[in-house]
Design a protein around this ligand. Structure first.
Ligand code: ATP
Ligand code: MG
Length: 300
């Protein structure tokens, strides 16, 4: 067994609220991602997916637990200590508009990480590198001079992917990064991401509420509920043998493309449950059982 690229252990984030209550957004989460592997994280709105992503890439500081990237503990590292590790991990978001500066050419936005990290001198060397990145994501070098508003949503997401790839990361964290795109454009961007994985050995932490996307690109799937992982396993294990009652509900509530596979719809009923707890209280920590090799399910 090789060492996983990412090892997250016992990760926790609690947001204190002014009235003394607390939101247990991420509770004792353990996940691993191997090199060249895609782990999808699924679950209802508010279950803690984005918080988990932000803790891993240190946009938020965790309250407890550990995050190892390439066998190096990164939780607790300061911004400057984090510098050498920054490039290994990049994030792409749902709204590419928000991550691109509207007043700068997209070529500039893609070159910026290279300049900041001192990886290319300004001038023709930098231009060539950025042009290659544009071509790599299915755009043309001539697109570099244009501005974000001059692109379609799919093209803008390609620009963001080019920017994320500039530093040759090992892990890309994608938070609902194809959710806003039309289905056909979404398929093209997913194909691109899978191609990049094959060619560059990238690993993905792929956050989505779209189970069709998960079926297409995930090697393993983690199901999150109220800040905890209730089921995790290979895609086929989770999709063909969903074991936790929440996973069963989640899968049966989702439209499935193949009508032969369509089961009776069992909608998730009632309000979305809240991870908010009064002062002094908190969630019960789930215990996992390995129901088949590599397939872990929380005891109910
Ligand atoms: N800064 C914050 N302060 C207080 N509560 C927060 C904060 N950020 C997130 N939360 C809460 O933490 C919980 C998890 O939020 P998070 O954004 O991680 O969910 P999510 O699974 O990404 O949801 P969605 O699918 O809607 O994006 C939610 O209850 C949210 O309201
Ligand atoms: Mg989110």
């Amino acid at each position: 067994m090789t060492t996983p690229l990412l090892e997250v252990h016992d990760l926790q984030k609690v947001f204190p609220i002014a009235d003394g209550s607390k939101v247990h957004a991420v509770e004792h989460v353990d996940i691993e991602i191997q090199h060249s592997e895609t782990l999808a994280v699924v679950g209802e709105s508010g279950c803690g997916k984005s918080t988990l992503a932000q803790l891993i890439c240190k946009l938020l500081e965790a309250d407890g637990g550990s995050v190892k990237l390439d066998n190096q503990e990164i939780r607790g590292l300061s911004t400057s200590q984090m510098r050498p590790h920054r490039a290994k991990m990049q994030m792409i978001f749902q709204d590419p508009f928000a991550s691109l500066d509207p007043r700068r050419s997209v070529g500039y936005s893609v070159s910026e990480p290279l300049i900041i990290h001192g990886l290319a001198k300004r001038g023709s060397e930098l231009r060539d590198r950025v042009a290659r990145l544009f071509e790599r994501v299915g755009l043309m070098a001539s697109h570099m001079e244009q501005f974000p508003h001059q692109f379609s949503g799919g093209q803008r997401q390609r620009v963001c992917i080019a920017r994320a790839l500039a530093l040759q990361p090992k892990l890309v964290i994608a938070d609902e990064s194809v959710s806003a795109l039309d289905v056909s454009v979404q398929a093209q961007v997913i194909n691109l991401m899978m191609e990049l994985q094959r060619d560059m050995g990238l690993s993905y932490l792929f956050i989505t509420h779209d189970l069709a996307v998960v079926e297409r690109m995930a090697h393993r799937v983690a199901v999150m509920y109220l800040g905890q992982i209730v089921e995790i396993g290979k895609r086929a294990q989770v999709f063909e043998n969903p074991t936790h009652s929440y996973t069963k509900k989640l899968l049966s509530a989702a439209p499935i493309a193949d009508p032969r596979q369509r089961k009776e719809r069992l909608l998730l009923t009632g309000e979305i449950p809240s991870p908010r707890w009064p002062a002094g209280e908190g969630p019960v920590r789930v215990e996992h059982v390995e129901v088949e090799p590599g397939h872990f399910v929380a005891k109910e």
